[in-house]
Each structure stands twice: as C-alpha cells, then as structure tokens.
Design a protein. Structure first.
Length: 390
C-alpha cells in the first residue's frame, strides 16, 4: 500500500527475491523525489528534476493497482479502495506515507495561499519559497518546525540556512531578522551534530526559539503566534516572509483501521521496531513514514528498512517460524548548512553517530557532502534504491 520510495523499493526487492503476484496500490501518476524540494526552495535545483512518471519507477512484474486505499480489514485480509475495489492479500506491506495536517494550526492553510508564506513540504510551493527568499532585502523571516514526528526532521532548519547563506552573499543578511522556531531543547537530538549546528546558527546570527512552536498565524496581519512550552508564554511575531512546516500524522483512513496503535494519537501502524512486523497481525508489515518505529522519518531510514521487510516477508511466505532480519533504527539527515556545504548526520536507535562513509569526518559540515546531496543521492535514489539494489 503506497507507491512512494518504500513501496516501490520493497516491491522491487520482493520481485528480485522470487516473489510473484505483487500488487502495489497507489493513486498518483507521478513519483516525487521529495528531498530535492529543499534545494528547490533554496534556489539550488529545479522542481522538474524531482518528478518522474510513476510507471517509469515500478519494476516490471509488479501490478500497479491505480487507486486510493481507504480501509484495511486485517481479519479478512483485505484492502478497500476509494474506487470500490476489494483486494485480498497473503502479506500486506503498509507504506502510504504521512499526512500533512495544515488545519491543525489555525491560519496556516490560509497563510500558504498568501503571497508571504510558503513551505517546501509541497511540490507546488517549493518554487514559491525561492521566490520569497530571492526577493527579500530586509525585514523579519520566520522559519518554523512543529512538534511530533515529521518527514525529514532536518528540513525546517535546512531552508533557514540556505536562505541565510543567500542573503549573506547578497550583503543583506545584516538587515534581516531571522527567527527559527524549534520544539526541541537543542538543535539536534545527537549532541555532536547539535554542537555543529550551534556554530552554524551563530555564524548567521539566527535567533533560535527552543521548546517553542507556531500555534496560530494571522495571514492578513502577517503575525505568527509562538508558544514557549517551557515557560507557557506566548509571543506574537510580525513577519515579512515565513516558511512553515505543518504538523503531520498517519493518513486519516489508517488511523481508523485496527492497524493503528490504540494509544498513538498519530495513528501510525503499530509495528515491532526491529522486525517491522505488526504487533497484532503477523501478516502485516509497515515501513517508512506511516510505521510506528521511533526512527527519524527519512528516505535513508527506508533504504535500511526495505531489505529487512523484504527478507522477513519472504521468510514468512516460506514458512519460517522466526523472522531473520532486524532493523537497528539507522537514519541519516543530510543537513545543508550553506549553499555549498552539508552536514551528514547519521545515527541509529542509540542516538549515537553511525557513520557509513569510511575515512570521512561527516560530523562536520563539508563541501564534498554537498555534492553527495545534490548529485549523488538523487542518482542513488532513481537508479539503485527504487530498483531494489541498495
């Protein structure tokens, strides 16, 4: 269920492992490489490069069931679609992605339709972000991040640094007040990376509001209401431009199914964080953004989860009593710290650095890591990951 990076790569891997009769439920005709949207918003890539026809990324032998999933009955082992189809399964891999909840912040949906606010979390808005950054010469720029799990947790910071570096190059950074609103007590959950990012924000003179969150937007008055969760205080900040990131959760239809965790307000599919199998329905697996595993929701996490899901699904189909593969929580966050430098934060469930590139110090921002972000990772994604080869 789902034709994003998780669904396409797992389907390809299952096919390569000898599994046949694979169906993939996905309504969209276009497949997006979403990590590129940050670079689009920062004026470092074109939006067209992030999209390809869905049919071009599916492995031959995978049946594309063009439709939108809207229900699951795990007792009867069926999936229902909005188009009225009922699909039976022996094994179900749940990976429909994550839902952007614009409505949860009053005024946010209206703000992104206004000329002064944008978000790189939507394909049609990322170019608007760059237009706002490029045209700004003075005033206040606000960049926000919500609390709770979101896809690519570093993205709210990345665009702030890209904007700051552009304004520095143009000689106008001194005339712009930058406010970065973070719900966390530090810059990052892993101390060594947090220390590096502290140096980045100091270099640009960014005002960081820790333990804080955007709770309301007045799009007409251009004011952002920010709550400080540590003190309980509220502050209304006027802005000339704003980049927002909406709160996120599992799709509403998934929340309404028995697959969702009963105590999880986000409604994610409740899985074992190592085997990726559902805790109550052994025929069901989940990975990617809609799973409950406590890793950061990134494409790098999916790249490590996909082989685990594939191996465990195949083992189950062959009658194995124990699942052989285990996921350790690996994720990475390529954080662009300027228009030419990047910090590659890699870590696992222990929240300790987990570098994968030998002989390179990736805990510092580097120029060569920028080329990895801009060119290496997109190549790997389109040509290897989606084909089930990495």
């Amino acid at each position: 269920m789902g034709g994003g990076s998780a669904g396409v790569s797992v389907a390809a891997r299952l096919l390569r492992a000898g599994v046949r009769d694979i169906g993939l439920v996905e309504p969209s005709a276009t497949h997006y490489y979403q990590p590129l949207w940050t670079l689009v918003g920062g004026g470092r890539a074109g939006i067209a490069a992030s999209a390809r026809p869905q049919s071009s990324v599916l492995a031959r032998g995978v049946s594309w069931i063009r439709g939108r999933a809207e229900s699951v009955n795990p007792d009867e082992r069926t999936v229902g679609t909005a188009e009225g189809k009922t699909i039976g399964y022996d094994r179900l891999v749940v990976c429909p992605g994550i839902q952007l909840d614009w409505h949860r912040v009053p005024g946010m949906a209206e703000a992104i339709a206004a000329p002064h606010t944008s978000s790189n979390y939507r394909y049609d808005l990322a170019p608007k972000t760059w237009e706002l950054i490029r045209s700004m010469r003075s005033g206040t720029a606000v960049f926000t991040m919500p609390s709770g799990p979101i896809k690519c947790g570093g993205a709210p910071q990345k665009i702030a640094y890209l904007a700051a570096d552009h304004w520095r190059e143009r000689g106008v950074l001194k005339d712009i007040r930058m406010v970065l609103v973070l719900p966390t007590p530090g810059m990052f959950g892993v101390p060594v990376f947090a220390e590096e990012l502290e140096r980045v924000v100091a270099r640009y003179g960014i005002e960081v509001r820790h333990n804080s969150e955007l709770v309301k937007v007045d799009p007409d008055g251009r004011r952002a209401v920010i709550v400080d969760h540590a003190s309980g205080g509220r502050d209304s900040v006027g802005f000339d431009m704003m980049h927002v990131v909406p709160p996120q959760s599992a799709p509403d239809w998934l929340k309404a199914t028995p697959l969702a965790g009963p105590d999880d307000p986000g409604g994610y599919a409740e899985i074992d964080k190592h085997t990726m199998r559902h805790v109550r329905y052994p025929e069901v697996f989940a990975l990617g953004d809609a799973g409950s595993s406590p890793n950061s929701k990134t494409g790098a996490a999916i790249r490590k989860q996909a082989p685990v899901v594939t191996e465990n699904v195949v083992a189950g189909l062959r009658g194995a009593e124990r699942l052989p593969a285990s996921y350790n929580g690996y994720s990475s966050c390529p954080i662009t710290t300027s228009r030419r430098h990047m910090l590659l934060a890699e870590f696992d469930y222990t929240l300790e650095p987990c570098p994968s590139i030998p002989m390179i110090n990736t805990v510092r921002e580097r120029r060569d890591m920028w080329y990895l972000k801009r060119y290496g990772l997109p190549f790997l994604y389109w040509n290897l990951m989606l084909r089930g080869r990495v």
